[in-house]
Design a protein around this ligand. Structure first.
Ligand SMILES: [Zn+2]
Length: 42
């Protein structure tokens, strides 16, 4: 499990996969990984 952070608003989300969309910004953003491991599909 990794923690992902939205670069726009700082929203944090846990999950194996990098989120494609931020629920706070309600738009597609490039999440950055804060900690943890794991990537979907390698
Ligand atoms: Zn956001």
């Amino acid at each position: 499990m990794a923690t992902w952070i939205c670069p726009d608003c700082g929203y944090e989300k846990e999950g194996r996969c990098k989120p494609k969309k931020c629920p706070e910004c309600d738009k597609n953003v490039e999440f950055t990984k804060k900690e943890g491991g794991g990537y979907c599909g390698g």
